[in-house]
Design a protein around this ligand. Structure first.
Ligand code: FES
Length: 156
């Protein structure tokens, strides 16, 4: 399996690892296929701008690398911009992901969406993303992937 140098860099030296104490929003998601898990905490200012992001991921190398890069992407964004980050944008930012590992990036984007919605609910506002696909027990993370498929196993 071929990973870009940037994926390997973020896997070996993940950025923004940890938990923000007294975070403004918390997102916790799991991948129903492999059981990998991710927790993300965000700090948000009065202008809805994300000022800090931290993550903890128990998962494969691609899950760790995508979690790491999504924290870098989200920092400085508004919550609306952060909630709109797609798994394809995450993969592109990393210089690409093998097709079989594309589903791993869902953890990072979904975790961020859940954290943003948590922030909004705490302030009595309507969530942006609503129900998260990966929280559905019938969710198929490979449904929108190409014919290369995936065996669902953590192999990094
Ligand atoms: S997130 Fe579990 S195999 Fe990548």
């Amino acid at each position: 399996m071929l990973y870009s140098d940037k994926v390997m860099d973020h896997f070996n030296n993940p950025r923004n690892v940890g938990v923000i104490e007294d975070a403004d929003g918390v997102g916790e998601v799991g991948n129903p296929v492999c059981g990998d898990m991710m927790k993300i905490t965000i700090a948000v200012d009065d202008a809805d701008r994300i000022t800090d992001v931290r993550f903890q991921t128990l998962g494969c190398g691609a899950a760790i690398a995508t979690s790491s890069i999504v924290t870098e992407m989200a920092k400085g964004m508004t919550i609306q911009q952060a909630a709109a980050i797609t798994k394809q944008q995450v993969a592109d930012e990393l210089g690409g992901l093998p097709p079989a590992k594309m589903h791993c990036s869902v953890l990072a984007t979904d975790g961020l969406k859940v954290a943003v919605d948590d922030y909004l609910r705490r302030h009595g506002r309507e969530p942006i993303s609503g129900p998260i696909k990966s929280a559905d027990p019938n969710f198929d993370p490979h449904a929108d992937e190409d014919e290369h498929g995936d065996d669902g196993e953590c192999d990094l």
